[in-house]
Design a protein around this ligand. Structure first.
Ligand code: NAP
Ligand code: SF4
Length: 674
């Protein structure tokens, strides 16, 4: 008896049956743009082998003007069709099903040729769109239809028409972006004409036995977005126009409310999809921040949807479904919704991967093969780098011993998990623990490994991490000064007024920790209130008229850095704004360009500029030092003195800009090459 009876139940679509209720949602990985079709095929085939019911590709442009960026992939020629055939054949051979997403970006297309309902520039693009005339609209519809027929020719099982997230079709739906007075604007009937016409003509062109998913924006999260009545009206019209399935879109890309970041509670928007259940008779898919089979099962058993879309969880683990089926959910590498290796990469034009699974999108390059010469391998340090190295080496057949002086595995992850909004790190540590328990790694916790103990090993991998940098501020040895480690490990009480020295990733985390009482990530109602999200039946677009209503901060915090730039500028590309907005909502003062002069009982004394002008006292009961980190290499140095050449990874290798992404990637690659 499975623990996930609803999730693993087949879904009969009439002309075809999906083997379970799991959809791998669309992700733009930049893989298609490599034109390495074997690599693209292997990415999808691995997920098909892993048992997912249906997959949707990254968005394919229907034409040049609709591409997300110049050169975005699409089915423009016979060659493109033949290349996509390689992918669909491989997926079908692996027992999977795959739909191609047709993504017309409208005014989000990053180029001067972009088009939309009206000539209104998006706040997240420098390019004002051209307003389409009647002929132009006809061309866009025809291109989308051609894209769908080419997808069928390329062997896809269907298409997903992207109608949400503020893209082209969504731009026609709301008055925020559609100011037209012709038959494509004005009344809602006119504004929804384009998406409905697109689905009707796609269905007409592809015939009845082809999946047509329509991704519908159920809560726009932008001013003047759709009302709930409009959402339902559209859904009914889309069903009538011939869609097979309706998928959920949450929030436009320009929305100032987080929708997929790690601080968004799990299944935070399933209640929105639930409102549509019963309004249409075709299956409805829900999405956003569902990252494990238990949550997915609950979403289905609560009647929120007929099927669950998960996207990034399939970067984290291609075998998500197979492991759930086998009763090994604890061995599913969890997506922690950090965006660090997926979306942040996509937006930097790099190929996506995954912080917890460096093999994602690198399936043909990063091969974990069985070794024919088993070595005795010691790994010192059970943080992310050491854990990845130990598990990978063991998977390859090496005999691995993992040491850590701490009584638990996880290293710095154990501090990250204490930050409000970073609770997903709990799951990552649990996954590493379960994977170790299921492996042949010999785990020696509470054990200080020294040079003598490491003598008998063929290879020694040092993953001893980092130590805090000493900022050397006069007076920092006083009783009112703590390091971030003291604070996050709860070793010392922190006063009501706090100055945080250093506004890097850890400074931001510490500030968030200090101003937050109960984590809103653990309490959906509070989180929705904090960000000003309303029921779209009560407020257009789901934007609460009163705006964000955060809980009062539990401390008064000032966050400081020496660089004369906006604090937090270097945080994650797609998540930095959330950290900055959260701290602003909590009244955290952020000050750049300071010199730290001294600390005394009154607080932290700073000055500004090279001339050390404008002496200022930041009154504080506690000063927390978050001034970056240095490599902990004492063991590596001791080994070198004994003639042992260890392999050094993670923070022990390079402390600057260390994060779990680099640590896990390096640990995995080093072990793959042993
Ligand atoms: P970091 O991001 O490099 O920041 C170090 C901070 O300390 C900076 O604000 C720096 O600013 C300051 N600093 C450096 N030398 C100093 C000195 N001698 N005296 C006083 N201040 C000094 O390092 P971190 O905060 O320790 O974070 C470590 C790594 O973890 C980072 O790479 C980060 O990406 C990652 N991380 C990321 C996140 C996230 O994205 N949310 C969260 C946690 C950790 P000034 O030099 O301008 O003063
Ligand atoms: Fe999830 Fe982070 Fe991996 Fe992206 S990089 S798939 S958000 S764990």
């Amino acid at each position: 008896m499975t623990a996930y009876p609803r999730l693993l139940a087949p879904l009969d679509l009439g002309f075809t049956t999906l083997k379970n209720r799991v959809l791998m949602g669309s992700m733009h990985t930049n893989l298609e743009e490599t034109k390495d079709w074997n690599r693209v095929a292997e990415f999808y085939a691995a997920r098909a082998r892993g048992g997912v019911g249906l997959m949707v590709t990254g968005g394919m442009a229907p034409n040049r003007e609709g591409g997300v960026f110049p050169g975005a992939a699409g089915l423009f020629s016979d060659d493109d069709i033949a290349n996509h055939r390689i992918v669909t054949d491989r997926v079908h051979d692996a027992g999977g099903k795959i739909c191609m997403q047709i993504l017309h970006a409208g005014r989000y297309a990053y180029g001067p040729e972009c088009v939309s309902a009206s000539a209104i520039k998006s706040p997240i693009s420098p390019f004002p769109p051209k307003e389409l005339d009647e002929e132009g609209i006809e061309k866009q519809i025809a291109d989308i239809v051609t894209s769908a027929t080419r997808a069928r020719e390329a062997g896809y099982d269907g298409v997903e028409v992207m109608g949400s997230e503020g893209y082209f079709l969504n731009q026609f739906l709301v008055t925020h972006t559609n100011k037209r007075t012709d038959r494509w604007g004005g009344s809602y009937e006119n504004r929804m004409r384009l998406p409905v016409e697109v689905v009707r003509r796609v269905r007409e062109a592809v015939g009845p036995e082809f999946i047509v998913i329509y991704r519908l924006s159920m809560i726009d999260l932008v001013p003047n977005g759709s009302t709930w009545d409009e959402v339902v009206t559209l859904a009914k019209a889309i069903e009538k126009a011939g869609a097979t399935i309706i998928n959920t879109g949450i929030g436009w890309h320009e929305a100032r409310i987080p929708t997929i970041a790690t601080s968004v509670p799990r299944r935070a928007f399933a209640w929105v999809t639930k409102k549509l259940m019963g309004e249409v008779s075709i299956p409805v898919i829900t999405s956003n921040r569902i990252n494990n089979p238990q949550t997915a099962e609950e979403v289905l058993s609560d009647g929120c949807a007929d099927m669950v879309s998960m996207a990034r969880p399939f970067l984290a683990d291609a075998d998500f479904v197979a492991k759930a089926e086998a009763g090994k959910a604890d061995l599913i590498a969890p997506c922690i919704a950090c965006n660090q290796a997926c979306l942040d990469h996509t937006f930097q034009g790099k190929i996506s991967s995954c912080l917890v699974n460096p093999r994602a999108c690198f399936e043909t390059e990063l091969i974990i093969s069985k070794t024919d010469k088993a070595l005795r391998v010691a790994v010192v340090g059970a943080g992310p780098a050491g854990l990845a190295a130990a598990l990978t080496a063991s998977e390859r057949g090496h005999k691995v011993t993992l040491f850590d002086r701490a009584p638990e595995v996880g290293g710095q992850l154990n501090m990250a998990r204490r930050i409000p909004g970073k609770e997903e790190f709990d799951g990552l540590v649990a996954y590493f623990s379960a994977s170790l328990a299921a492996s042949d790694v010999e785990l020696k916790l509470g054990t200080e490994a020294n040079a003598a103990a490491l003598k008998g090993f063929d290879k020694v991998i040092i993953a001893t991490g980092v130590i805090p940098r000493d900022p050397g501020i006069p007076g920092q040895e006083g009783p009112n000064v703590l390091s971030y480690i003291d604070v996050l490990r709860g070793k010392a009480p922190v006063g009501k007024r706090v100055a945080v020295v250093g506004a890097g990733g850890i400074g931001f985390d510490v500030a968030e920790f200090l101003v937050t009482g109960e984590s809103p990530t653990e309490n959906l109602a509070e989180w929705l209130q904090e960000w000003g999200v309303a029921d779209p039946a009560e407020a257009r677009g789901g934007i609460r008229a009163e705006g964000p209503q955060p809980e009062a901060p539990v401390r008064q915090v000032t966050l400081l850095q020496r660089k004369a730039e906006k604090p937090g500028r270097r945080l994650g590309k797609t998540t930095g704004w959330i950290h900055r907005a959260t701290l602003q909502m909590k009244g955290v003062k952020m000050i750049g360009g300071v010199n730290y002069e001294r600390i005394d009982a009154a607080g932290l004394h700073v000055s500004f500029g090279e001339a050390r002008e404008n002496p200022t006292l930041i009154e504080a009961d506690t000063i927390v030092l978050c001034a970056g980190q240095l490599s902990e290499r004492s063991l590596a140095d001791a080994l070198a003195a004994e003639g042992v050449e260890p392999i050094i990874i993670g923070g022990a290798d390079v402390a600057a800009e260390l994060d779990a992404k680099r640590a896990i990637d390096q640990g995995t690659r080093v072990a793959a090459a042993l």
